[in-house]
Design a protein around this ligand. Sequence first.
Ligand SMILES: NC(=O)c1ccc[n+]([C@@H]2O[C@H](COP(=O)([O-])OP(=O)(O)OC[C@H]3O[C@@H](n4cnc5c(N)ncnc54)[C@H](O)[C@@H]3O)[C@@H](O)[C@H]2O)c1
Length: 431
Amino acid sequence: MKVAIAGLGGRGRDVYAKSALLHADKMEIVAVADIDPKKVALAAEEYHVPKEACFLSAEEMLKEEKLADAMIIATQDRQHVDQAIMALEKGYHLLLEKPISPDLNECRKLAEAARHSGCKIVVCHVLRYTPIYQKVKELLDSGVIGDVVSVMAAENVGWYHQAHSFVRGNWANSDETSPMILQKCCHDMDLYLWLTGKTCESITSFGDTYLFKEEKAPKGCAKRCFDGCKAREDCPFDAEKIYLDNKVFGYRKGNRIWPLDVLVPSGPTEEKILDVLKESRYGQCVYHCDNNVVDHQVVNLNMTDGTTMSFTMCGFTPEISRYARFMGTRGELRVEMKQTAEDCEISIHRFESDLPVENIDVASLAEDFTGHGGGDDRMVVEFLELISGEKEESSYVTSLERSLESHYCALAAEYSRTHGGRPVKIDEFAK
Ligand SMILES: NC(=O)c1ccc[n+]([C@@H]2O[C@H](COP(=O)([O-])OP(=O)(O)OC[C@H]3O[C@@H](n4cnc5c(N)ncnc54)[C@H](O)[C@@H]3O)[C@@H](O)[C@H]2O)c1
């Protein structure tokens, strides 16, 4: 399939364009667009895109006659819908980054445009395509724990990830981007609805920004880490500590990819990282940023079949992971998705006392777990096979229609959070 990419950042260039190399038999990049000429030049060189097919915005690319079978839209959260509608009008199938939009009316507008277009839209809920959650789905569907009555789930954002993306970075301010519960957790909303096959009836939520604000700043701290900050030594959020010394993110610990490639897209070096930290948003003090998104939030979901879920998102966790307990009428299933397949866990605890706990060896489920637990690449392949007609739409493909449910839940949770925890009925809210 011929594919055009709009937005050549962390997702467009580093994930989707790279898929073209892995799947040269299925996908060819024929056009690219970004408002940053350096990113366009890099992608054009890496993927041999001719000059006349390089554009300085998605909008410019979309003025042309149809250039490809499909378009990947990987621009920022508030740009997706307008670009998607223009692309549908030109007849492109779409791989659309999540969130669709933080604006409920825009979500509805795209759903309407999609209904009339005849094109396919897949929204990038990568977790559905991961070996670990596909296994969980298989197990729950098999009835191994009976009917699921309650789900207790947590998204552990990781303290350094919170500081990078949601305090200093691109998704810090919901007026420019999306509320945290949509931006980060539309994945979770989608995941648990899909895994249990349930529909949410109503939602309540609470949450706030506890730490990352001026009044919590330690004594002597400067507006930027490198501007003579006197609190650096005792501050875990110090930019140099996070980007150079952190055991997961740190350049000095051997990391060369995300999030360092966000700081230096042309390839990080210690010198370049330090230069970026001295000038960019990533060197700001975490107590003096323009952030307003929450650093912790809880959501309760009441399902249409009378069962319940509770979900916690928290930025104050030592590592980045997702955890869930599915409590059923015959037993419990626990799953934890961590950064490496070896650390991931699925266990089944049946009520009959003579049955031992069953542990699933997650690492043996697949060979490749790179990119969101192996979800990124599988999603791209699924999308290509779907639009080329090679495969029928599988029950787990994250079509626009399916994705919208998660967006309604996340936006309803945000409405509840900002209205004192008021219960919100999903079908009324979605209308
Ligand atoms: N599916 C996932 O798991 C996942 C993970 C991370 C991010 N995302 C989503 O993917 C999207 C992109 O995230 P990212 O990390 O790549 O961000 P990014 O900021 O690195 O990339 C966005 C790119 O869009 C470019 N851009 C801005 N305006 C444009 C325009 N008019 N035309 C063309 N390009 C334009 C920017 O210059 C930038 O290079 C976001 O909506 C984000 O929420 C999804």
